[in-house]
Ligand binder design. Structure first.
Ligand SMILES: CC(C)(COP(=O)(O)OP(=O)(O)OC[C@H]1O[C@@H](n2cnc3c(N)ncnc32)[C@H](O)[C@@H]1OP(=O)(O)O)[C@@H](O)C(=O)NCCC(=O)NCCS
Length: 179
C-alpha cells in the first residue's frame, strides 16, 4: 500500500524535526551551509515552517515567509530525506507552500532554486524569473509563481500517531508523540 503523504505547519512538537531535516540535507548531505542553515527568517514571526510525513515517518520540510506587505512571498529550504525521495513528498511540499502563501493573501511567490531542480519546479507550474546566480557557491535559478486563484490545501496535521525521524548516521532520532 502506498504510504500517505501529509503536510502541515509545524507546531512546537514538530519544529525540531523541521530543523533537523534541513540540517541533515543542507549542512550534512550537501554541505551548502556550514554548521547551521538557520538564519534570521527562522526568528521572524511571519515565517511558516512546514513539515511533511510519509506514513509514520517524518520525510521533509520547507519554509515560507512574506517579503513585503504587498503580496510577495518567498519559499526556501525545501528538503526531502533521501529515503523518501521520488515519492512525491517534494512536490506535495511545494504545492502546500504555494497554497499556504496564497491563503495568507500572497499574490506572487519567489524562490531561488538549485539549478538542477529548475525543471522540477517548472513541472509544478513555476516559471524561470531571471538569470542563474550563485548562492552559497552553487548555481541557483530564480523562479516565481502567481498565487492568485491557487486553491487552498488542508493542513493535514496527524492525530494521535507517533512520527519518527529516520535515523541518520550523525544525528540522534527524536521520537514525537503528536496528539
Ligand atoms: C529536490 C527534491 C526536493 C525533490 O523532492 P522529491 O520528493 O524527491 O521529488 P518528488 O518525488 O516530489 O518529484 C516529483 C516529480 O519531479 C521529478 N523530479 C524530482 N527531482 C527532479 C529534478 N531535480 N529535476 C527534474 N525532475 C525532478 C520526479 O521524478 C517526479 O516526477 P514524476 O511526477 O514524473 O514522478 C529532493 O530531491 C531534495 O530534497 N533534494 C535535496 C535538497 C534540495 O535539492 N532541495 C531543493 C533546493 S532548491
Amino acid at each position: 500500500m502506498t504510504a500517505r503523504i501529509r503536510c502541515w505547519k509545524a507546531g512546537p512538537t514538530e519544529i525540531s524535526c523541521h530543523f533537523a531535516i534541513r540540517h541533515r540535507i543542507f549542512v550534512e548531505e550537501q554541505g551548502v551551509m556550514v554548521f547551521t542553515d538557520m538564519d534570521r527568517w527562522d526568528e521572524n514571526p511571519s515565517t511558516v515552517h512546514v513539515v511533511a510525513a510519509r506514513g509514520a515517518q517524518m520525510a521533509g520540510a520547507v519554509r515560507l515567509y512574506p517579503l513585503d506587505d504587498e503580496g510577495r512571498w518567498k519559499g526556501d529550504r525545501l528538503a526531502v530525506l533521501p529515503d523518501h525521495r521520488a515519492s512525491l513528498v517534494g512536490a506535495r511540499l511545494v504545492r502546500f507552500a504555494v497554497a499556504t502563501a496564497a491563503a495568507a493573501g500572497g499574490i506572487r511567490m519567489e524562490a531561488s532554486v538549485q539549478a538542477p531542480n529548475a525543471r522540477f519546479f517548472e513541472r509544478l507550474g513555476w516559471c524561470r524569473d531571471g538569470d542563474i546566480g550563485s548562492y552559497h557557491g552553487l548555481p541557483h535559478q530564480p523562479m516565481a509563481i502567481d498565487l492568485l486563484g491557487v486553491p487552498a490545501m488542508a493542513d493535514e496535521r496527524p492525530g494521535s500517531i507517533e512520527l519518527r525521524l529516520p535515523v541518520a548516521q550523525s544525528a540522534p532520532s527524536p521520537l514525537l508523540a503528536v496528539s
